[in-house]
Design a protein around this ligand. Sequence first.
Ligand SMILES: *Cc1c(COP(=O)(O)O)cnc(C)c1O
Length: 358
Amino acid sequence: MLTPIRATIDTAALRHNLRRVRELAPGARVMAVVKANAYGHGLEAVVRVLADADGVAVARLDEGLALRAAGCSNRILLLEGAFDAGQLAAAIGANLDLMVHSHEQLRMLEQRAEGGQARLWLKVDTGMNRLGFRPEEFADAHARLVRIPGIDPDLVLASHFASAEDRADPKTAAQVSIFDAVTADAAGARSIANSAGVLAWPAARRGWVRPGLMLYGMSPFADGTGADFGLRAVMGFETRVIAVRTVLAGETVGYGGTWRADRDSQVAVVAAGYGDGYPRSARSGTPVIVAGRRAPLVGRVSMDMLTVDVTDLGPVSAGEPVELWGGMLAVEEVARWAGTIPYDLTCAVRSRVPHEYR
Ligand SMILES: *Cc1c(COP(=O)(O)O)cnc(C)c1O
């Protein structure tokens, strides 16, 4: 054992979750979102497992080119499109699909010297106010785009939700209405739904769905977990206890002495810290699975270690297995304790943590 910490990736769970997407959005093509190293799960390995997705989406050119270099022959969509003319040429040369969301990108396409057919997704901003043409700009952008020589006429019209993870927020239905009104007269497939759209907004399941989080078994909603939707956790973040010590009543543990024992306690020191991607913001009380049972994190998370009160577990010794999140403890729950979202946790797993695919 070189290092006790590892991220185990359950490839059967990944395949299962892709099947769940297809069950929830029957007939839709699935653009599996694998940006940010497949949400920390490993870009190339995940794409090999998801080979029968209809396409994979990344944020940036280098991710798309890395996939092509690794032999990926799926459609690959650059969600943010090309950032300059050089990127545009490289992306089209590598047969990548491009999002077109700005006047600058439109001009780059109009001024492009010939070479390769460009497969494009045209983005409408229906209320996110991040990327995309405003509703009143859509008709003009669309007309200019379809006139450009070398454009695949099979455009996909796309938008992105700002608040779909809040099932009570009226903004999502409003975004769908704006999208439908703006695109009513344009030909082409539609694509709006991220994971929350697939799970909670049936009206958003159009020709292409773009799930990310749910493929990895996680739920985007503030309550519950992916299991509520028949999804299976893909990542297990696992390590071991490296020491167990007695802390007397009244003594504190760790940097800043933020946790004080109110009884004589057994504290397990675990080989995982923020240097591995475990969130430093995890509060005392955050659950950790030690030897198969839950116990509370105590004190501050250090760079390479964290401490767990195992007094109530009975005897625990160095070498016992620890699960930080995974099949026994949902990453969504850890994220709530850490004041963040599950996306943030799996993406943050550092490169020093070996990934094991099972
Ligand atoms: C990241 C992203 C998605 C996937 O979102 P999830 O919430 O992870 O399903 C879909 N579309 C766009 C444009 C994105 O940036």
